[in-house]
Design a protein around this ligand. Sequence first.
Ligand SMILES: Cc1ncc(COP(=O)(O)OP(=O)(O)O)c(N)n1
Ligand SMILES: Cc1nc(C(=O)O)sc1CCOP(=O)(O)O
Ligand SMILES: [Mg+2]
Length: 219
Amino acid sequence: MSKHIDNDTLKQALSVYFISGTTNVNRPLPNVLTEAISGGITLFQFREKGSGCLTNKAKRDMAEKLFQVCKDHQIGFIINDDVELAIAMNADGIHIGQKDAGASITRKMIGENMILGVSVHTIEEAKQAVADGADYLGVGPIFQTNSKQDAEEVCGPERIMDMRKSGINLPIVAIGGITVEKTPEIKRAGADGVSIISAIASAPSPSYAANQFKEIMKD
Ligand SMILES: Cc1ncc(COP(=O)(O)OP(=O)(O)O)c(N)n1
Ligand SMILES: Cc1nc(C(=O)O)sc1CCOP(=O)(O)O
Ligand SMILES: [Mg+2]
């Protein structure tokens, strides 16, 4: 997958976007990812951060394993925060937030042929990310989340509606506290996809959970 996919294909790829690191799961992450893929996730982000996370070679080795799982199933592989690792691995994309390297610098570093996702919380940040060359926006936290200690204030699905009304046409994924039950209202608000950590990573069956999201997001 690369940035040269058309907008509809990118939106499709963002529809069920699973995010995880090794600390979000209590079994080997490659197994959980494989199950989530079998259920129908459409994109994966490796987000290895927080207490007890892998670093250096162990992180890179895990990233390589996960990338191979994604390649085997034609699923795009995005790396969170670590631009150098994304470039070194030739990952499909990188996701950065407002506290990470700036979007326009990151775009220069990765070139045109890698997907750039940017986290935004306000319409102003969204407009700036578009100007800086983002390919998609992650908007959140839509609901309360336990998976990110430094999350901003909850903004609700209305924030996505407001962004659409203000003319933001870039693909948008909703993030933060997303559950199967809440997915229909997120879709109605104008999101192209849902980004999920715990509702898939901590599910008794990641495959079943992923499939429920897929059924709601299809069409
Ligand atoms: C799809 C998606 N949206 C938002 C985020 C959050 O990024 P950021 O604000 O940089 O926070 P961290 O994930 O780095 O803690 C994301 N990772 N993915
Ligand atoms: C990684 C992340 N970013 C957020 C943001 O608001 O930008 S919320 C979040 C955590 C999402 O995890 P869960 O699906 O378990 O709530
Ligand atoms: Mg970040």
